[in-house]
Ligand binder design. Structure first.
Ligand SMILES: Nc1ncnc2c1ncn2[C@@H]1O[C@H](COP(=O)(O)OP(=O)(O)OP(=O)(O)O)[C@@H](O)[C@H]1O
Ligand SMILES: [Mg+2]
Length: 562
């Protein structure tokens, strides 16, 4: 009877679902493992690609961890963290997105038995943080610097890094062709941070080897009017005028009213409009420019006017392309044609309108500031070119990172094995249960070489044993999986190189994510979010769910959360 008299405290809305405790941690770990399983097979040169359909009927073929994670549209709250770290790895270093997801999931998988046995997550988190810190220090120590080399040497070293990144992609077969191209493109933009100075233009058709690098800017021919064909299509050392104004006859405003007392004045009104445009065109011509580009429309009158004076023009040039022309040719975009002085005109060695596949391209090469590059990408299917673009993006980011930090580590799982060995040795010096946790962290690092073997169809146990033995001997620090023979090989000598920052960032992000997921022991879901996300979310939640009715009697524990 006493309980009937007690007032009920309602904390959460009717229908709110909460899951908590050990079971919740384990369920989160399971969800993360499931996510990692989907991208697991894409790792390494022998990794498979994924074909993802979306509800709009589009399909994407990709090997890029971040792209796959993004397209999977994961709704599980804990597993979403893995999507986030993949994305952040993608924007921070560009490559290593599959690695970071695999590492995070493996750290969690190793932690699972301990959680199930009743170890407090915070003991694990503390040890993982220490181990992560030590691992990063070790990677930094093992990294090889490529500083102080001559330009030629540096170029070939950077090409090796680009080739390693490309080798795991669809265009891996052509890595020797694309790697130097990527390096040239990155070196062309120098220290400029703006990635969009490197343009990638996709032109379906032809083979991959028809792709080429323009040391300058290239963009697709824009919409043109009659008279365009009479314009010259090639110039040597032309002056270039960049505009952000319309060169078009304006039609009168609707319902505009003009009262005239003398019919003779009518002609002067019509003439005024023509005079304005002729005045503008005249000023463009007088500037001495041979090429006129505008972000806005260049109409038929202007096109013909320029054609009569042997000037090339293009209107409606995309903002991004115009900016790149400005950066490359040293010109400045003008918003008025009054007072166009010589300094605002750009120049380049050669301008040409060229046929590339089915498209015509405006190509500016030999630009003085040289701060731009454009890769014109050719290939068969659309999905193929799209994936090639994503792969080149990875490679470009990697080369940029390598230029900035100029330290590399051996790939193919070599660095992971060496760090793992170091942590195991370190664990022996730790007293107490933390020793187990650091050991687990070390074991989790082995997932990279193991997965590389699995994906290539090699006997992972056998290769890993060989690797452990080699690394333990003290002189095999650079040995990793040999993807060609299924044995082990010196990755550094075989030029399987990755910038150190890829590994450092991956270990850091994966450790943080694992700790974050381990520290969550309660998920609360309000009915609104449940109805929004549908039943799929509810079933993915797993864990120990408790209905709203159960919550009511729980007393004043915590606040209402959404
Ligand atoms: N020739 C090679 N031999 C052995 N291992 C290689 C070779 N080329 C690349 N690898 C290894 O493959 C792994 C990279 O694989 P992959 O590019 O598929 O994944 P990622 O870089 O983690 O993610 P993503 O490229 O999708 O962002 C690295 O560990 C790298 O050392
Ligand atoms: Mg990669």
């Amino acid at each position: 009877m006493a309980s009937m008299l007690q007032p009920q405290i309602i904390l959460l809305k009717e229908g709110t679902d909460t899951s908590q405790g050990k079971a919740q941690v384990v369920s989160n770990i399971n969800a993360c493992t499931a996510v990692a399983d989907t991208v697991r097979t894409t790792l390494g040169p022998c990794g498979m690609d994924k074909l993802i359909h979306d509800d709009k009927g589009g399909s994407t073929i990709s090997n890029d961890g971040a792209t796959i994670m993004r397209l999977l549209d994961i709704i599980h709250p804990a597993a979403k963290i893995l999507v986030d770290i993949a994305k952040s790895q993608d924007s921070e270093v560009g490559d290593g997105t599959t690695t970071v997801v695999l590492l995070a999931a493996e750290f969690l998988k190793e932690a699972k038995p301990y959680i199930e046995d009743g170890v407090h997550p915070h003991s694990l988190i503390r040890s993982y943080r220490t181990a992560g810190h030590l691992a990063i220090e070790k990677v930094k120590e093992l990294a090889v610097s490529i500083e102080g080399k001559s330009l030629e040497e540096k170029k070939s070293l950077l090409a090796k890094c680009a080739a390693t990144t490309l080798s795991s992609k669809l265009i891996g077969g052509e890595k020797e062709f694309f790697a130097p191209m990527v390096v040239d493109a990155v070196l062309a933009i120098g220290n400029d941070d703006r990635l969009n100075l490197i343009g990638i233009k996709k032109v379906p058709g032809g083979t991959m080897r028809d792709s080429f690098l323009v040391n300058g800017v290239a963009f697709k021919k824009t919409f043109s009017y009659a008279g365009f064909e009479q314009q010259p299509k090639k110039f040597l050392n032309p002056k270039i005028l960049l505009l952000n104004i319309e060169l078009e006859l304006k039609s009168e405003k609707e319902n505009a009213e003009i009262r005239l007392s003398d019919p003779m004045q009518y002609q002067s009104i019509v003439d005024a409009e023509w005079n304005i445009i002729y005045d503008k065109l005249d000023k463009c011509v007088k500037s001495g420019a041979k090429i006129v580009l505008s972000r806005l429309a260049i109409g038929d009158l202007a096109t013909q006017y320029f054609a009569d004076r042997d000037i090339f023009c293009a209107g409606r040039v995309a903002e991004e392309d115009l900016q790149r022309v400005a950066a490359a040719t040293g010109g400045t975009v003008q918003t008025s044609v009054n007072n166009v002085v010589d300094e605002v005109l750009g120049s380049c060695e050669v301008f040409e309108e060229k046929q590339v596949g089915n498209e015509r391209f405006n190509i500016f090469s030999g630009c003085p500031s040289g701060q731009t590059a454009t890769i014109v990408l050719r290939g068969g299917a659309d999905q193929f070119i799209e994936e090639a673009e994503r792969s080149l993006h990875d490679a470009i980011m990697i080369v940029r990172r390598a230029v900035k930090n100029s330290t590399v580590v051996p790939g193919g799982g070599a660095i992971d094995m060496e760090v793992s060995k170091y942590l195991r040795q370190h664990a022996r010096t730790i007293a107490g249960k933390s020793q187990f946790f650091v050991n687990s962290f070390a074991k989790a690092l082995e997932v990279i070489p193991r997965q590389l073997c699995d994906n290539a169809g090699f006997d992972a146990t056998d290769v890993l044993n060989k690797l452990r033995q080699k690394h333990a001997s003290g002189e095999g620090a650079n040995y990793g999986v040999d993807i060609l023979t299924g044995g082990i090989a010196d990755s550094l000598a075989n030029f399987v190189w990755e910038p150190a920052v890829v590994k450092i960032n991956a270990i850091n992000a994966a450790t943080e994510a694992a700790c974050l997921i381990l520290s969550v022991d309660e998920t609360v879901k309000n009915p609104k979010s449940e109805s929004a996300q549908g039943d799929a979310a509810a079933s993915a939640m797993g864990g120990r769910g408790r209905g709203g009715a159960a919550m009511r009697g729980r007393g004043g524990r915590g606040m209402r959360r959404r």
